[in-house]
Design a protein. Sequence first.
Length: 184
Amino acid sequence: MENSGGIQASLSGRYALALFELARDGKQLDSVATSLTNLKVALVESADFRALTTSPVISREAAQKAVGALASAMELDGLTTNFLNVLATNRRLGQLGAAIRAFETLLSNHKGETLAQVTSAHAMTKTQVTALQKALKTRVGSDVAVDVAVDPAILGGLVVKIGSQMIDSSIRTRLNTLAMAMKG
């Protein structure tokens, strides 16, 4: 696959690439992407799930049981469930967040899109996301998939990362710049 060289360099990237290739070959990209999006939300919202993925004291067997119960409760597709079981068996659940991001990048590349990671101070509406996608499409010249995260610490504005480019129009950065300029 093209554009996967950098992703393969990381452990989470190798797991993501394997999942992507299985999903692509099995024509399950959409169902796996939906399941991974749900897992990504769970990682943000559930302290217990984050603890499961990061705690070194949870045994392999306990992690496998917890992942099985989680997959069933969240109604994840079979391929994603197997992926979680492999991560639990290999004691690599800590790589889940990075593997999800790598999968999203691979999926965007497969669809001919560019992936933009957007951080805003407040949740964005669908209308705002659509308007942002149109503006970014004009800037980069291809369709843009937007991954939105909320970080109240930026106070307002947006931080947009597209590949190695970063556009930081956050109020926090503007205030820091102003403070530095005033110091002389």
